[in-house]
Design a protein around this ligand. Structure first.
Ligand SMILES: Nc1ncnc2c1ncn2[C@@H]1O[C@H](COP(=O)(O)OP(=O)(O)OP(=O)(O)O)[C@@H](O)[C@H]1O
Ligand SMILES: [Mg+2]
Length: 602
């Protein structure tokens, strides 16, 4: 446990070390604060000594001096408290701001496989709840601990100097408190891990519910969703209660021993005063300094809580910081000039985790070609283009762009040269113009309008009240499925890539609109990969790849495939050219063949 804590502190030091001047100022202010804090009990002792001594020259106005000193001390102390709080707040806020920036940067660098396996709520908790726990440790726990240690040391010296026996007697309660603190620390740790876990689960349910609110309403599942939320809500609340129970088991006995210290002081101190072993003035100083020992003792439980929460949170944050993308960007070539758009898949096999979803895929495309990928749902079409954009790496085999292994091309270069209109259209909470210009932030209005026209989106955008400045929601709420697809297509076109990927981009459009877009795209000179379910959408492609259950079963132009009289032709004739209605079957895996200019069958 100690090791975990030290590692957490070491990690934190990495962030706070750049605030050395602030830390040094905090230390100076703290030292002054501690000294000032002792002025008050010492002056009180002086006043009592002055009042109770037998000096005949006593003068009432001398009291004003002491009161003035005390008042000055109190005001100065409060100024120091304020200054220190400001310094600490500044430092802690800056630190967690840097932690959040770092985590956000890390998230941008991680690949799709991380987001496949990580819950949204988990990531949100790290950036909010966990970061805030770290802030509390910097702004309050560590400074309070330093105060406490100082107070114990200085208080001990003052009290020991006043009366050694009484001081040691008071410290005799410390071992009992230490044992209880050990058990509290041990058991409370687990509860904090549970609290964090259930908080992440709760966040996930809420985040999903917000994204999926239309599905919930459409299926009238509100009750079910409330029930689901209640389960997580209860779990979260139970996790907190289990912390409270643990706390309740150990904290009251600890407080009891702290109070015992006060009782022992009054009892033994009273006897010593009665027997004139110590003066009333010393008794007063002792009384004033007693909190130097008791308040840190009272705070032990809080320190343990906050440090254990910090342990749990910093561990979560560090796990995210240490996360490494599976898609590496090492030993890569940067290309300033664009790629030409030549693509080659050689014996590519891919599995997300267990099952292979693409099996030994081979094909190639020359710059400017239109490649169509067609096949039933789940056959691996989107997976294939995920590999091309390097969202994932193939399990076996190699993909080449411009005859260079994709793994050896800088990821930024790859992403700059490939523009995808994805199947699952995502629009940011921003204007239509900014959504279209997402990949080309410097584009002018004219550029945006030009691509919107190519994507057959200009007419409907112009009819909206705010035109291109219309705000759209996270998922493009307020727009139809076909409208969102066309905005997404315009976004891809504006990037002017060497490879344009359209994943089911025209599926929600009527035949006429689809045809007009296809005509527009014919003019584009880039290599195009068009995924579709309907044969009518891809008939004119230079090469049609037919996928079934992860296998490339047939390939060629429309005429070649019709001549083959196989699967493709069967679908064309019997299923109205729609692959969602096609049967599935298995085939053997072939060796690599260059398919650029040849039709064929496996
Ligand atoms: N992120 C993922 N993690 C695990 N498995 C996945 C993931 N994405 C897809 N799959 C699986 O991979 C297989 C192929 O999916 P893919 O999305 O490539 O199909 P598709 O041909 O694009 O289908 P559709 O026409 O419905 O879009 C499916 O069995 C699917 O369940
Ligand atoms: Mg798909």
């Amino acid at each position: 446990m100690w090791g975990v804590f030290m590692n957490a502190l070491k990690w934190l030091w990495g962030y706070v070390k750049k605030y050395k001047i602030s830390m040094f100022s905090v230390l100076i202010v703290t030292a002054l604060f501690i000294v000032t804090a002792f002025v008050i009990p010492i002056v009180t002792g002086e006043i009592v000594g002055y009042i109770t001594n037998e000096n005949p020259n006593k003068n009432q106005s001398d009291l004003f001096f002491y009161i003035g000193l005390m008042l000055g001390g109190v005001i100065f102390k409060e100024i120091l408290v304020y200054t220190r709080a400001m310094l600490l707040e500044n430092m802690s806020q800056n630190t967690i701001k840097n932690i959040r920036t770092n985590l956000y940067g890390k998230l941008q660098s991680l690949d799709c496989s991380y987001f496949d396996k990580t819950r949204k709520g988990d990531i949100m908790s790290r950036l909010t709840m966990d970061a805030d726990t770290v802030r509390i440790v910097i702004a309050s726990t560590i400074p309070n601990l330093i105060d406490s240690l100082f107070f114990i040391c200085v208080g001990f010296v003052v009290m020991f100097g006043t009366n050694a026996l009484l001081t040691l007697l008071l410290l005799s309660m410390a071992p009992f408190i230490a044992v209880l603190a050990y058990f509290l620390s041990k058991y409370v740790k687990r509860t904090f891990v549970d609290i964090r876990e259930s908080n992440a689960e709760l966040n996930t349910v809420v985040a999903e519910n917000i994204s999926g609110n239309r599905v919930v309403k459409a299926y009238a599942r509100e009750e079910f969703e409330i029930e689901k939320f209640e389960k997580k809500n209860k779990k979260y609340s139970n996790a907190h209660m289990s912390y409270v129970y643990t706390w309740a088991k150990y904290a009251p006995p600890m407080i009891f021993f702290v109070h015992m210290t006060n009782f022992i002081f009054i009892f033994v101190g009273g006897i010593l005063v009665i027997n004139q072993k110590i003066s009333i003035a010393d008794f007063t100083v002792f009384n004033g300094c007693l909190w130097c020992i008791t308040s840190p003792m009272m705070a032990v439980g809080d320190f343990i809580n906050q440090f254990q929460q910090f342990n749990a949170s910093s561990l979560k944050i560090r796990h995210l910081e240490e996360e490494e993308p599976l898609v590496k960007n090492n030993n890569v070539q940067k290309r300033d000039t664009g790629l030409t758009g030549k693509i080659q898949f050689k014996n590519v096999t891919f599995a997300y985790e267990g099952d292979r979803v693409l099996k030994n895929i081979n094909f190639s495309a020359n710059p400017g070609d239109t490649i169509a990928i067609i096949g039933p749902t789940g056959s691996g079409k989107s997976s294939l283009i995920n590999l091309l954009a390097r969202f994932y790496d193939p399990t076996y085999g190699t993909i080449y762009l411009d005859d260079v292994n994709l793994k050896n091309i800088d990821l930024k270069t790859v992403h700059q040269n490939i523009a995808s209109a994805m199947q699952d259209v995502f629009l940011f909470s921003d204007t239509i113009k900014n959504n279209i210009a997402y990949g080309a932030p410097n584009a002018t209005y004219e550029d945006v309008i030009r691509v919107a026209k190519l994507a057959d989106a200009h007419d409907f955008i112009s009819k909206l009240e705010d035109g291109y400045d219309t705000m759209v929601g996270e998922r493009g709420v307020g727009l139809s499925g076909g409208q969102r697809q066309r905005i997404s297509l315009a976004r891809a076109l504006l990037k002017n890539p060497s490879i344009l990927v359209l994943d089911d981009t025209t599926s929600a459009l009527d035949m006429e609109t689809e045809f007009s877009i296809q005509e527009n795209l014919k003019l584009a000179k880039q290599t195009k990969i068009i995924i579709a379910h309907r044969i009518s959408s891809v008939k004119n492609a230079d090469l049609i790849l037919v996928l079934n259950q992860g296998n490339l079963v047939e390939w060629g132009t429309h005429d070649e495939l019709m001549a083959l009289d196989g699967y493709y032709k069967g679908v064309f004739e019997h299923q109205f050219g729609d692959f969602t209605k096609a049967p599935k079957y298995h085939i053997q895996h072939p060796a690599f063949v260059d398919l650029t200019n040849a039709g064929g069958e496996k």
